[in-house]
Design a protein around this ligand. Structure first.
Ligand SMILES: [Zn+2]
Length: 446
């Protein structure tokens, strides 16, 4: 059990969270050296890629070597390896499967889910970081209760709550659990809720009313409510504000580490002793022509290398995620970088020369009352198209109002995106069936 700081300490691990960046960089290189030695030795996928590139760990003497010589790895390569070789872990596992203490899976929004291997105690080098530092920063302290609303990652997730000296309350991620959450919140007064997205917040309003519970009371004990997976729409954000929720956004960093907003709410921190993160020009073909994008808050493609994962470390994982990164010191005093997620490269559609990502359409769709849940799909048969086609969910308006509604959506999108779309309207329930339960694919081929 890691030792806890005194209750009044603002940081869980002051030394690491506020480490000067030159020291952090040295520490990263030390961890990077260990990671690549391990992956080269035990991960068949990494080993094969390095053999093709004609390099070994001895060739990597500094970050420049790493950037110039080390090939990228991506999810397709992992899936290919998995399907061709019959290895469910896609060639990245560095321990024997029998040593694992948990196997999770991703939610599979953008393809079939991939497995995430865990080894409790000993899986991570160094100090507790992800979740520990973030929840302490949010105000969770020993003796507190923490509500966990979980979907694909359940398992050991509650362990970090216990190690912070707090008690987990467990719920399944689903609308049918919301009433139980509200009642348990009134009874046990938890201080943090993880993870409660836009769909859940929107559903809570009606459920609370039916149950005769005031959400303001139910959520008044929470110091932080974490949401993840998708941007939060204006409507959900409005409800959360009305109920006095302190929202914290959370996401993942190229499947290698997590990122969380801090109290400054200005981007999500990722702990740089858990990942070495690079930004590259998204147009790069491979590592040999990949131009680094180092400027703060410039759109780039995320490439991440695990630094604290001794079980299935990904080395130079090219994520397909378009992000912005800022490495300057945050107002909260931490020195670790912050990230903003913009979208997936594979989701970009170019309409008559204008680049459009789902995030660009989102706000326009939500502004239309009957489409306030913000459910929509971009129909993307290929990257370049002449017309932007949208499938948009509505909350059951009458058939004779659909033409007027489509016109309203068209006008809203034209105003925000600068492109006039073709709009197909479908009922929200129909779109939600495209699941996984908490989010829908925002881009579809047809
Ligand atoms: Zn911060």
């Amino acid at each position: 059990m890691p030792e806890l700081p005194p209750n009044e300490a603002p940081y869980y691990d002051a030394e690491y969270e506020t480490m000067p960046r030159d020291r952090l960089r040295d520490l990263q290189f030390e961890l990077l050296t260990e990671t690549i030695a391990l992956a080269y030795e035990h991960s068949a996928l990494t080993r094969e890629a390095w053999d093709v590139a004609g390099i070994t760990p001895a060739d990597i003497r500094d970050f420049d070597d790493f950037r110039e010589k080390v090939p990228f790895l991506d999810k397709d390569a992992q899936r290919r390896y998995r399907d061709n070789r019959g290895d469910p872990f896609g060639g990245v596992l560095c321990v024997r499967p029998a040593e694992l203490t948990a196997i999770n899976s991703t939610s599979g929004t953008t393809g079939d889910p991939t497995l995430v291997a865990e080894l409790w105690g000993g899986g991570f080098a160094g100090r507790p970081a992800i979740m520990y530092r973030d929840f302490w920063g949010m105000g969770v302290r020993p003796g507190d209760r923490v509500a966990l609303f979980l979907f694909t990652f359940r398992g050991a997730t509650y362990g970090f709550v216990q190690q912070l000296g707090a008690v987990p309350l467990l719920f399944d991620y689903g609308v049918e659990e919301i009433e139980r959450l509200l009642r348990a919140s009134l009874r046990h007064r938890p201080t943090a809720l993880y993870n409660f997205g836009g769909t859940m917040i929107n559903a809570t309003a009606a459920i609370a009313e039916r149950a005769g519970i005031d959400p303001v009371d139910a959520f008044s004990s929470y110091r932080g409510v974490v949401f993840a997976g998708e941007p939060l729409g204006a409507r959900a954000r409005g409800l959360a504000t009305e109920w006095g929720m302190h929202l914290y956004e959370h996401s993942n960093v190229g499947d290698v580490t997590g990122c969380f907003e801090c109290s400054a709410h200005d981007g999500m921190h990722f702990w740089e002793d858990t990942a070495y993160v690079e930004g590259i020009d998204p147009q790069a073909i491979d590592h040999r022509d990949a131009q680094p994008v180092d400027g703060d808050r410039v759109r780039c493609e995320l490439v991440a290398t695990a630094l604290a994962n001794r079980v299935a470390p990904l080395v130079r994982f090219r994520s397909d995620d378009i992000v912005e990164i800022d490495r300057s010191r945050c107002a909260c005093g931490r020195t670790h970088a912050r990230i903003w997620t913009i979208g997936r490269k594979g989701d970009e559609i170019v309409v008559d020369g204008v680049s459009v990502l789902p995030i660009d359409v989102w706000e326009a769709v939500e502004r239309v009352d009957a489409c306030g849940l913000g459910l929509f799909q971009i129909v993307r048969p290929q990257r370049q198209v002449d017309t932007l086609r949208l499938r948009v969910g509505h909350d059951g308006v009458a058939a004779n109002r659909l033409v007027a509604l489509a016109e309203e959506v068209r006008a809203a999108v034209l105003t925000s995106v600068g492109v006039e779309p073709e709009v197909e309207l479908v009922a929200n329930e129909e779109l939600l069936r495209l699941g996984p339960p908490h989010k829908i694919p925002r881009v579809t081929r047809k």
